[in-house]
Design a protein around this ligand. Structure first.
Ligand code: CP
Length: 302
C-alpha cells in the first residue's frame, strides 16, 4: 500500500481493508506513536467538513507529523483563477501526502494522476468517500464481531450520498444483504445495483422504513444532501422522508447498531442518542484510528 493513492474504495483489495482494520485496532490501543516526525500532510478541502478534515489532521498530529492546507478554497489562489491542475502540481512538492475533498466527481482521481505523492479522496461530489468507508467497516466489525453475512439497511439519500456508494462496494466483498430505503427521487443509482447484480448479491428497494428495522444488523442512516440538488423544491419534498425515533428501535435485534456518517440534520431524532444501539458518535471517533492506519500504511511506516 506504500505510495498507493486511495481514490475509490476499489483501489484496495479485501485483504487491504482487513489490514487497515487490524492497524486501526493497534492505533486505538496505542494512539500516540511518533512515526510521522518530519512528514507533512496537506489537507485541501474545497467543500466544508468537520469530521473528515479534523480527524485526518488529528491523526497526523497524534503521530508527530505536521499539517498544511486550507479548509476554505477562498483563502487559496483559486480565487485568483489558479486551476486544480496547478494547485496539485505545487502542493505535491510541499508535502508527503495529499488529502483532498472536492465537489466534482473525479477530482481526486485527477489529483492522484498529477501528484508525485499519494492522494486520499476525502469525498468527490456524490461519487466516493473511501476513508469514511474504512471507518464504517471498522465500526461494523467492532459492533458485529464480523463483516460476513450481515443485513444492512441503507436509508435516505442513496442517490447523492457518496458514503453509501463506497460502503456498498466494500461490503459487497462480504456476502452482505442490502435493503435500500429511499424516496423514489433518491434511489440507489443503477450502476451500483448493476455492480451487485454482477456479483450475484441480494438487495431490495423499498419505501417502507419502520417495517424493515427488525431484520437489520446495521441501520445506516444518511442525510439528504441539500448541496447536490438542482431543484430546491425537490429537496424540500424529500428532506424529512425518514426520521428515526428512539421508540422505533423497540423490536430491533439486540446487536443491531445505528450508524450515520454525520452530519445529521433531521433524520435521527436526538432521543435516539441515549439508546445503546446508537453508534454514530463512536463511529466518528473511530475515524481517527482508521485514518492513522491509512496514513501510516500509505507512507510505508506500518
Ligand atoms: N462524514 C463526513 O464526511 O463528515 P464531514 O462532512 O463533516 O467531513
Amino acid at each position: 500500500m506504500k505510495n498507493k493513492s486511495l481514490v475509490s474504495i476499489t483501489d484496495y483489495s479485501k485483504e487491504e481493508y482487513l489490514r487497515i482494520l487490524s492497524l486501526a485496532d493497534e492505533f486505538e490501543n496505542y494512539p500516540n506513536q511518533s512515526i510521522l516526525k518530519g512528514k507533512v500532510v496537506a489537507t485541501l478541502f474545497f467543500e466544508p467538513s468537520t469530521r473528515t478534515r479534523l480527524s485526518f489532521e488529528s491523526a497526523v498530529l497524534k503521530m508527530g507529523g505536521r499539517v498544511i492546507g486550507f479548509s476554505d478554497s477562498n483563502s487559496s489562489s483559486i480565487t485568483k483563477g489558479e486551476t486544480l491542475y496547478d494547485t496539485i502540481k505545487i502542493v505535491s512538492n510541499y508535502c508527503d501526502l495529499i488529502v483532498i475533498r472536492h465537489p466534482l466527481e473525479g477530482a481526486a482521481r485527477f489529483a492522484s494522476e498529477l501528484a508525485n505523492v499519494p492522494v486520499i479522496n476525502a469525498g468527490d461530489g456524490a461519487n466516493q468517500h473511501p476513508s469514511q468507508t474504512l471507518l464504517d467497516l471498522y465500526s461494523i466489525f467492532k459492533t458485529q464481531g464480523t463483516l460476513d453475512n450481515l443485513t444492512i439497511l441503507m436509508v435516505g439519500d442513496l442517490k447523492y450520498g457518496r458514503t453509501v456508494h463506497s460502503l456498498l462496494m466494500a461490503m459487497s466483498q462480504f456476502q452482505t444483504t442490502f435493503h435500500f430505503i429511499s424516496p423514489d427521487e433518491l434511489k440507489m443509482p443503477e450502476e451500483y445495483k448493476y455492480y451487485l447484480n454482477c456479483l450475484g448479491l441480494k438487495y431490495s428497494e423499498q419505501k417502507d422504513f419502520a417495517g424493515n428495522l427488525a431484520i437489520a444488523d446495521i441501520i445506516y442512516m444518511t442525510r439528504v444532501q441539500k448541496e447536490r440538488f438542482s431543484d430546491p423544491i425537490e429537496y424540500e419534498r424529500t428532506k424529512n422522508a425518514y426520521i428515526l425515533k428512539n421508540k422505533m428501535l423497540d423490536g430491533t435485534k439486540d446487536t443491531m447498531r445505528v450508524l450515520h456518517p454525520l452530519p445529521r440534520v433531521n433524520e435521527i431524532d436526538q432521543d435516539v442518542d441515549v439508546n445503546p444501539k446508537a453508534y454514530y458518535f463512536t463511529q466518528a471517533l473511530n475515524g481517527i484510528y482508521v485514518r492513522q492506519a491509512i496514513i501510516a500504511s500509505m507512507l510505508g511506516l506500518k
